[in-house]
Write a protein that binds this ligand. Structure first.
Ligand code: NI
Length: 137
């Protein structure tokens, strides 16, 4: 299998908080991530696709097309946003790295065909910090 990966950066804020629990219970579960005013991260998103190398172009996918669809469907919607309230496709979800990465995976799986038909989404890696990383395959 041959794959190609495009890497994106964006900034976003969030608060990890379950409304049915008290502030002290939330703090016990989520620590500083439950701070009432929220906090931000510099996220790194890695999108990996596979497909056949076109014999004419030598490419699996034009990376500009991959960049365009990820920028349109994900980056433009989350960059400099509050993940708890600004992003319709995260509405009602708790914006942990796991939940956020899964929402990105679902959204891209539905939309990646708009730029290239014979492409398979192989992997989404979301780095919330250099030390906290979620991978979906
Ligand atoms: Ni956080």
């Amino acid at each position: 299998v041959i794959t190609i990966t495009k890497i994106f950066n964006f900034c976003a804020g969030h608060r990890l908080h379950l409304p049915e629990m008290s502030d002290s219970e939330n703090f016990e579960l989520f620590g500083a991530c439950s701070n009432p005013a929220g906090h931000g991260h510099n996220y790194v998103l890695e999108i990996t696709v596979s497909g056949n190398v076109d014999p004419k172009t030598g490419m699996i996918i034009d990376l500009k097309d991959l960049k365009d669809v990820v920028t349109r469907e994900i980056i433009d919607q989350v960059d400099h946003k509050n993940l708890n309230c600004d992003v319709p496709w995260l509405s009602g979800k708790i914006p942990t790295t796991e939940v956020f990465a899964d929402a990105i995976w679902q959204r891209l799986r539905e939309n990646i065909f708009s730029v290239a038909r014979r492409i398979t989404l192989m992997k989404v890696v979301l780095r919330e910090t250099p030390f906290n990383v979620v991978e979906i395959t």
